[in-house]
Write a protein that binds this ligand. Structure first.
Ligand code: PHE
Length: 341
């Protein structure tokens, strides 16, 4: 076969093979087969050396044309294959905007936090500011300075978690009264929310850790009437305008006189039911006029200043407000319970 025919045969073969190519790897193999150093066209060019001088340009020209043609076919096929690949990728990576999204669960405040926030708001509205103290407290602030002498039953190991002879987990928020009076001069109007600890067994109404809000007011001419007015405003703000407040004589070492505060039952409104043990009343806090001994120990002259204090359980207020019958629900963090708030 002469070289011209060989070139025609190569062209025919190339057209046939290119037609069938369906991926970039086989395309590269084909390029090497036709245009490579040992490829079909190179073979023809080698043969050209044997030709008479006048035929060389003709065959050379034809070989070059074929080379160009094959290069064009390569480029075309390559573009075609790359477009198929790109289309395929686009299809796979398309986002289906009609698919339902994954629902993100949004957290929210714990019922105790909701109620604490509400209590703070109410007292801030009455002119109080917020104070804080540590949960690990010294024996002096928790007892001594509150007029609870050594060997007083309230200091009993049964009630108090002692850390050592001097330190304990505070059993109430009242030590914040002492801390505040140590750094502030009257007039003092503060509330102090926080965690407190008592070595009680856990049951539906007791927990060894619970929460209180302390209140302390010290100013000139503060009387029991100021205590009653403040507490009644607070109670109606939390439990509703028609809620009644009752002050019942009681005893705390750090107040004199002292009173327990009852509110009319949130369920039966005074008729008598299971929640209020048929009394119509619910006990919600302890209160009283700050004992002169406490003022004196804090360096405040009881002949010049007087004050009142109160302390309530936030857990109890939360349970009454939302009708929760087991304090443990506030600490076990069961999402089925928490999601209801
Ligand atoms: N600290 C008392 C208690 O934990 C409550 C209280 C506070 C009573 C302030 C009177 C005045 O029971």
């Amino acid at each position: 076969m002469d070289l011209k025919n060989q070139l025609n045969e190569i062209e025919r073969k190339a057209e046939e093979l290119f037609e069938k190519i369906d991926n970039l790897d086989s395309l590269e193999a084909l390029r090497i087969e036709f245009l490579g150093k040992k490829g079909r066209i190179t073979e023809v060019l080698k043969e050209m050396a044997k030709l008479p001088a006048e035929e060389k340009p003709l065959i050379g020209q034809a070989a070059n044309n074929l080379k160009n043609r094959i290069n064009n076919m390569l480029a075309e096929k390559k573009a075609e294959l790359e477009k198929v690949l790109a289309d395929q990728r686009l299809k796979e990576e398309t986002i289906d905007v009609s698919l339902p999204g994954k629902k993100i669960q949004i957290g929210h405040k714990h019922p105790l936090t909701l109620v604490t926030d509400q209590i703070k708001d109410i007292f801030i509205g009455l002119g109080f500011t917020i104070a804080e103290g540590p949960e690990i407290e010294n024996e002096y602030n928790n007892f001594e300075a509150l007029n609870v002498p050594k060997y007083h039953p309230a200091r009993d190991l049964q009630d108090t978690f002692y850390i050592d002879d001097d330190y304990l987990l505070r059993t109430h928020t009242s030590p914040v009264q002492i801390r505040t009076m140590a750094v502030e001069k009257p007039p003092i109007w503060i509330i102090a929310p926080g965690r407190v600890y008592r070595s009680d067994d856990l049951d539906a109404s007791h927990s060894p850790v619970f929460h209180q809000v302390e209140g302390l007011v010290i100013d000139k001419g503060i009387s029991f009437a100021d205590l009653k007015g403040t507490i009644h405003s607070f109670v109606t703000a939390v439990f509703g305008e028609n809620t009644k407040t009752r002050f019942r004589p009681s005893y705390f070492p750090f107040t004199e006189p002292s009173a327990e505060v009852d509110i009319s039952c949130v369920i039966c409104e005074g008729e008598g039911c299971r929640l209020c043990s048929s009394t119509g009343w619910l006990e919600v806090m302890g209160s009283g006029m700050v004992h002169p001994n406490v003022l004196e120990m804090a360096g405040i002259d009881p002949r010049e200043y007087s004050g009142f204090a109160f302390g309530m359980g936030i857990d109890r207020i939360t349970m009454l407000k939302y009708g929760i019958d087991d304090i443990r629900l506030l600490f076990t963090n069961d999402k089925r319970f928490l999601q209801q708030f």
